[in-house]
Ligand binder design. Sequence first.
Ligand code: PMT
Length: 407
Amino acid sequence: MEPLSLDRRRILLGVTGGIAAYKTAELVRRLRVAGAEVQVVMTEAATRFITPLTLQALSGRPVRTELWDTAAEAAMGHIELARWAERILVAPASADFLAKLRAGRADDLLTTLCLAADAPTAVAPAMNRCMWEHPATRENVAALQVRGVQVWGPDRGSQACGETGPGRMLEAAELHRCVIEWLQPGPLSGVDLLITAGPTREAIDPVRFLSNRSSGKMGYAVARAAAEAGATVTLVSGPCALEPPSKVKLVRVESASEMYTAVMDRAVEQAIFIGAAAVADYAPAASRPEKIKKDARTMRLELVKTPDILAAVAALEKRPFTVGFAAETDHLKQHARAKLERKGLDMIAANQVGGGLGFEAEENRLWVLWPEGERHLPTTSKLELARQLLALIVERYEAKNSVQDSR
Ligand code: PMT
């Protein structure tokens, strides 16, 4: 009996062309023994290294190789297969496959499935050390990681080509362990988490508004990281061009007052609230019903303060663990700690903004502060940073709960 069961977990195992494909047979056997349902999909090149019959016998399912296989499509079409998969693991993943995955190619069954599926995906690269170290492969791998693809390995050592270096696929036992870890319930499973993201728009008249540079990237990345950690995530988003992460409930709003209502309607049911939105601090006192004519040489716009959503959540009697963001151009930590204290927050994530930092950028860095401590999270992609921030939130959230439980 395996210590951790993969009982009926549905794993789509892609196999691409490489000598390491022989290790996949042992991986399939281990996953099956642990109780997983394994559907193997092979590229044409993979079938030159190991026969579909071997993997069919071990997986107990017909191996799929062709996009245009009418009999197999009649049994389970490729889109259905993409939906069936809870997880996709490609092992071995060749340099060519990684390049195709990065480019979004769909010229065979495996790449088509990867493009059509929204299941979390992992790859176990295997290739010659020069191919692995080539800038093209480095860029492809980095881009895939930014998109959330997990990269397991490769290992270093002697290679089938006779050279020594990085590029060996991880052993089946190691990949099996990675899959088990991957399928464990996340630290936030069963936890309701509400997050705001993006800018707000404050109408001046039917065609004009006041807004800011927020793209939503940081907040959407945090929403995605929270869903990955198992939370039930509701994302209240101002207008932005991003697709919501999978398994995240999206509530679209436009203005600060709409965002306030959407948040306050839900806040008491939440365990965690994260305010990552760049909410307008002021809005026009009145939005004109008709388009303002440009006859006057100057015009004055009267602005009134918008409701402070974050402070309102933190002031609730039955409040969630409340995390704010602080966007600062100067005295970052000092201003952020003042906001943490003034708004009565559990935690604040402070980022330097302006001059290409914070807003709109692909990468970011944070100082995360809480009443008793602080941690610096250095520059990385917003998704990776969001995962690190989430790990800190989990740590502080659990610490706060354990103190409350012991009272
Ligand atoms: O969206 P991106 O382009 O990826 O950029 C990311 C980001 C820079 C917008 C993000 O990382 C960020 O810093 N978000 C908070 C921006 C902000 O409004 O900061 P602030 O210091 O002005 O506000 C402090 C906190 O109060 C924030 O949590 C904000 O959501 C909240 N607030 C502010 C005003 C208001 N009326 N209601 C609020 O809830």
